[in-house]
Every structure is written in structure tokens, then in C-alpha cells.
Design a protein around this ligand. Structure first.
Ligand SMILES: [Zn+2]
Ligand SMILES: [Zn+2]
Length: 134
């Protein structure tokens, strides 16, 4: 049964909404996520682009690699979403910017080859050295 979820940045200039189910939720340990978010790990959920819309404001877009671009608030800098040309129909959303991030439980770790050695987070979850894109 699909639900509607909303989220946004710290300054509330940008808000978003999507419908679906909370699934495909991964703790990403890659260095690009570290440097763009300033966090030691970034947790993403994946939704379908067709099920997602911006409710308020216009995020800025930063191409962090040849295949990946990241939406962020140009005012407060919050990282909100990401898309990759490797999976063009989907959009990744930062769990941390959901209005209710406690509802989105991660199911795996990705890019653990880049994980900081002192992070011990949910050690029972499966791990992917990079990321397997279905
Ligand atoms: Zn903002
Ligand atoms: Zn990452």
C-alpha cells in the first residue's frame, strides 16, 4: 500500500514529496557522499522519479561525477536527493531530510571499501564493497 512521504532542508526553502514504500535504504560510505554532505555516512532511500516532486523551492544541482548529480538547497546547503544515469528511472533521497526519518530503516551498507575504519554501524546488515545497481 503506497504512502505519501515529505521532507525538506533545514531552512525550509526546499520541500519535496513522494509516494511509494520506504525501501532500498542504504548507508553509503563513499568519499563523495562524505565530502558533499560533511557526514561520515549518508543514508539514502530509492524511489521512482515518476513518484517524486518538489513541493517548494528550487534546489541547486551539482554534478559530483560523470554519472551522478546531487540536488541540494542553495541557501542552507542540505543535500536532498541524487540521481545517476546508471539508473535513470529512480531517484535517491537522503533519509536524514525526511520529516520522519525514524520510519526509514536501512537494509544494507554500500561502498564499504571506502568506509572509515572506526565506524561501527549496524554490523548485522549486509555489505557491498561498491554498489550493486539492479
Ligand atoms: Zn535550505
Ligand atoms: Zn555515497
Amino acid at each position: 500500500m503506497p504512502n505519501t512521504y515529505e521532507g525538506g532542508c533545514q531552512c525550509e526553502a526546499v520541500r519535496y514529496q513522494f509516494t511509494g514504500v520506504l525501501r532500498d535504504i542504504a548507508h553509503c560510505h563513499c568519499a563523495t557522499c562524505r565530502r558533499t554532505t560533511g557526514g561520515i555516512v549518508t543514508t539514502w532511500l530509492t524511489t521512482q522519479r515518476a513518484d517524486f516532486r518538489w513541493l517548494k523551492g528550487k534546489p541547486k544541482l551539482y554534478a559530483s561525477s560523470a554519472t551522478c548529480s546531487r540536488y541540494f538547497c542553495g541557501d542552507c546547503g542540505a543535500q536532498l536527493a541524487l540521481f545517476t544515469t546508471l539508473s535513470p528511472d529512480s531517484l535517491d533521497i537522503t533519509v536524514a531530510t525526511l520529516d520522519h526519518p525514524e520510519q526509514a530503516t536501512a537494509d544494507r551498507h554500500i561502498w564499504v571499501q571506502s568506509r572509515l575504519p572506526w565506524i561501527h554501524l549496524d554490523p548485522h546488515l549486509p555489505e557491498e564493497q561498491q554498489e550493486r545497481i539492479e
